[in-house]
Every structure is written in structure tokens, then in C-alpha cells.
Design a protein around this ligand. Structure first.
Ligand code: AVI
Length: 316
């Protein structure tokens, strides 16, 4: 089989594990098992972003609603929606205010989408929910043609998983598919005490480690590989000077594994790293600059009481 015929996961694994500095994209964390592990991360007390954003959306959705001035029916389009418990807070207030909208959550995991729909319907009977399964980029194009005003939700701090250039490219792409007046409510994790940030990722329960190791399990099962998973470890580091948490898998010995799907053997030195994820923490100066460069204006920042996290509302 030729590389051109592989799916994206296979191609990216091949490319990432034969690169001089090995890397695997964190977008591949979220198969059904990875989505389950991520839900456990969001319940850890150390992983503060979830509780912060829950607080913001529970207590400030009325204030958010007051800054949205769509007069006709609109879509609330959510990227990477997960279990929806935070979004539910916002949708509840919007429904109570009599807003006329369709909620369109987009997630890469069918299992997550099915669970979300069931969960939302139980809590919010009147909700018009039309989930879409797939990659953000694939679904985005189709939605832009509806002609209905959109409030895009990009919650959870997901933008932090993109490098500066990729984040800008994504936001410009959102912008290009939006009409003037469309809005974006985006979760962004803020710079704060470095220990608080480090502990959220280097967690004492080993759940973030399992989240990263799941990538190796995926390679074994989907690419018919023979990785000895216990011969890898997890490492992460927060650099308060640039606001970056970087995560890695570490090869514990000189080793190799073979994938029959890729028809390739991959080699690792002892202590060699596979970079897996960036989780960027922002300053307000960086948020303003990013919005401006992507063609948006910052309307308001809605923050939790500790000012750890912001749901930043932008307009095109
Ligand atoms: C989804 N994303 C915002 C999470 C983050 O904080 O970067 C993913 C995550 N990785 C480790 N823990 C959580």
C-alpha cells in the first residue's frame, strides 16, 4: 500500500514518528476511549479550566446573552463540544430568555455526540439540537451556506492546543465563513501561578498520562503495531515565560516497533521524546492581538472569580 492511500491518522503517525524531532498530534487523543479519559480529566480538581468555565457560564450567561444582538433566528454552533455540561448552562439561560436558535454541536466522536444529544434533550426539552460528527474544517464550510446568523462556541480552551500560526489560520478560517455581526465565544486559559498550571497537567492521578498513552494504544490497534506501551512514559512542562505547556511521550529504552499497516519499523533512542501537545496560556495582550489579526473585535471578556480563565466574546 502507498502512503497516499492511508487515512490521515496513518499518514500523520508515519510522518511524525520518522521526523527528526518526533511528534504526534493531540487531535488524535480523541477517539472514543480518549474522549472518555478526557471526561475524567475534566473532573479532576487539579484541572481547573473546566470548573472555571462552568462558573462563567453558570453565572454570566445572562450577561453574555445581553451582548448578543441577533434579532432573528440564529445558530449556536459549537466546536469540540464534549459532554456539554458547561454549554448547557448557557443554552438554558438563552432558552429562558426566549431566544430562537438551533444548537449545532460538532464533535469528532460519534459516541460523544450521541451521548450529548441524549443528555441535552433530557435537561432542555425545548432545545432544537442538530449534532454533526466530523472534523471542524470539513463541517465548517457546509454551515456557512445557511445564511442564518451564527454564534460560534469554541469552549474549553481548545484554541490553546494550536500553535500561534495554526490558531491564527483557524480563526481566520472561522472569520472567512462568518458574516459581519456573527459572533465567537471562545474559552481561553489565562497565564497565572505556574504551579497551578503545571499541576493541572502533571496530575497526581496519572489520568493525563493515560490520555497521552492512549495514542500508543491507538497506533497498536489501528495500525496493527506492536508498541510495548509500558516502555514509554509521559512528561510535561510549563514555561511561564511563553505561557506554554508542552507534553511528551518518552521512550524508556532504545527500542523499535513495527506497524504492518504502515509497513514500517520505527526506531527510538533511550529518552527520546515524542511531542504530543501544546496547551497555551494567554495574556490579555495576546488575546487582543490574536483577535485583531484574525479580523475580529473583542466585545468583552467574561472571567471566573479567580481570573484563571476567560470566555472571550468576539464579533466580526
Ligand atoms: C482540550 N484541551 C483544551 C485540553 C488542554 O487543557 O490543553 C486537553 C488536555 N490535555 C491535557 N489535559 C487536558
Amino acid at each position: 500500500m502507498k502512503v497516499a492511500l492511508y487515512n490521515h491518522f496513518a499518514q500523520d503517525v508515519h510522518e511524525g514518528l520518522t521526523a527528526r524531532e518526533k511528534h504526534l498530534s493531540s487531535k488524535y487523543f480523541y477517539d472514543d476511549e480518549g474522549s472518555r479519559i478526557f471526561m475524567q480529566i475534566m473532573q479532576m480538581p487539579e484541572y481547573y479550566p473546566t470548573a472555571c468555565e462552568f462558573e462563567i457560564l453558570s453565572q454570566q450567561s445572562q450577561a453574555i446573552f445581553n451582548r448578543i444582538d441577533f434579532i432573528q433566528k440564529f445558530n449556536i454552533v459549537e466546536f469540540g463540544s464534549g459532554d456539554g455540561s458547561k454549554t448547557k448552562q448557557l443554552l438554558k439561560v438563552f432558552l429562558e430568555k426566549g431566544a430562537d436558535f438551533t444548537y449545532i454541536p460538532i464533535d469528532i466522536s460519534q459516541e460523544a455526540n450521541d451521548a450529548l444529544k441524549q443528555n441535552m434533550k433530557l435537561a432542555l426539552h425545548n432545545l432544537d439540537i442538530q449534532p454533526r460528527t466530523g472534523d471542524y474544517f470539513d463541517v465548517l464550510n457546509e454551515l456557512s451556506a445557511t445564511g442564518v446568523p451564527n454564534l460560534f462556541l469554541f469552549l474549553g480552551g481548545n484554541i490553546g492546543n494550536y500553535k500561534r500560526e495554526a490558531a491564527l489560520e483557524l480563526l481566520k478560517k472561522f472569520n472567512a465563513d462568518m458574516n459581519k455581526g456573527d459572533m465567537l465565544l471562545m474559552g481561553m486559559d489565562l497565564q497565572k501561578n505556574p504551579r497551578t498550571i503545571r499541576t493541572a497537567y502533571d496530575d497526581p492521578h496519572g489520568i493525563t498520562k493515560a490520555f497521552n498513552m492512549n495514542l500508543l494504544r491507538r497506533i497498536n490497534s489501528e495500525l496493527d503495531a506492536d508498541i510495548q506501551i509500558d516502555q514509554f512514559d509521559f512528561y510535561c512542562d510549563y514555561n511561564p515565560q511563553n505561557g506554554e505547556v508542552n507534553s511528551y511521550l518518552v521512550s524508556l529504552k532504545k527500542q523499535h516497533f513495527h506497524s504492518t499497516v504502515l509497513n514500517t519499523t520505527f526506531y527510538f533512542e533511550k529518552d527520546e521524546l515524542i511531542w504530543t501537545e501544546l496547551s497555551k496560556k494567554y495574556s490579555f495582550t495576546e488575546i487582543e492581538a490574536l483577535a485583531k489579526e484574525a479580523g475580529f473585535k473583542v466585545v468583552n471578556n467574561f472571567m471566573d472569580c479567580r481570573h484563571f480563565f476567560t470566555d472571550t466574546l468576539w464579533v466580526k
